[in-house]
Ligand binder design. Structure first.
Ligand code: ATR
Length: 265
């Protein structure tokens, strides 16, 4: 049976095996997908051993996504621009790297009937999570994407790499009274119970998305709801979406995500 893995550290919390198992059942694919804990200094060796032993593909999660990029023989443009790889394919002794996170986000937003074309998007954060979604968001032809970050220099550096007129960089305090259609929280603030310090007026009549997910509303989504957001969405749909895109790459079939998302909730 074809073998797949998700490699990470930590990995116990990973939902990827359940998601891919559901996709496999749904599409009647015969495959085995497991999570594997990798010691911090063993990443490259572990991946190469898995490939040598016939592994077909792998997902890569924290903290190995940047390292994964460096061991690939070939990269997709979206992986190169994201500076990180979350999906590997092993083909003819070569390692092919892709990044499906941004596509997962876009697909989840579209599934939630959020219009991206001609929309004004505020992206909070300028770390790896933000970087990974910029190209797929641009591909949806928004009017503009403002990247706001606590450390402004990081947001400025980020937009330099993309060289696209639709992108601009600001600090949180510089966000004036411009209205956005969609605010995406790509900071890790929710993980420590914090909300990026932006004016509460920005949430009014806006779609708000947090890449973080949990059993309860994240601090950012609670803030958004309290301040009049039209709709709040957490990142569980992005997780299922990125998995679906990896599955498509490996198996050449599009799994259906909504039922799997309901199952997880
Ligand atoms: P990730 O891969 O999750 O993006 P990262 O590269 O460490 O992780 O980036 C974390 C992001 O969350 C950064 O944009 C960080 O802001 P700084 O660049 O100023 O450090 C942001 N962040 C983390 N905690 C935050 C908080 N409490 N308030 C606002 N932004 C926060």
């Amino acid at each position: 049976m074809d073998q797949y893995r998700v490699f990470g550290n930590p990995i116990k919390q990973s939902r990827s095996p359940i998601i891919h198992q559901s996709f496999a059942e749904q599409t009647q694919q015969q495959l085995n997908y497991q999570s594997e804990y990798v010691e911090l200094d063993q990443f490259e060796q572990t991946v190469k051993d898995f490939a040598k032993n016939g592994g077909k593909g792998a997902n890569i999660t924290v903290p190995f996504k940047e390292q994964a990029l460096r061991i690939c023989d070939q990269l997709t443009e979206r992986a190169r621009l994201a500076g990180a790889v979350n999906t590997l394919c092993f083909v003819d002794g070569k390692i092919l790297g892709d990044n499906t996170d941004g596509q997962g986000l876009v697909q989840d937003l579209l599934n939630n009937k959020v219009q991206l074309k001609t929309s004004r998007i505020l992206l909070l954060g300028a770390g790896g999570a933000a970087k990974g979604v910029i190209l797929p968001l641009l591909a949806q032809l928004p009017e503009s994407i403002v990247i706001a970050n606590r450390t402004i220099a990081k947001a400025e550096n980020l937009i330099k790499q993309f060289n696209n007129k639709k992108l601009s960089a600001l600090g949180f305090a510089e966000l004036g009274d411009e209205k956005f259609d969609l605010i995406i929280n790509a900071t890790s603030a929710s993980l420590s119970g914090n909300v990026p310090p932006i004016a509460k007026e920005l949430a009014v009549n806006t779609y708000c998305y947090d890449m973080v997910y949990g059993n309860e509303l994240t601090p950012f989504l609670q803030w958004a709801k309290d301040n009049g957001a039209t709709k709040v969405m957490d990142g569980l749909g992005m997780l299922v979406g990125q998995a679906a895109e990896s599955f498509r790459i490996w198996r050449d079939v599009h799994p259906e995500v909504i039922s799997v998302l309901h199952q997880l909730r």
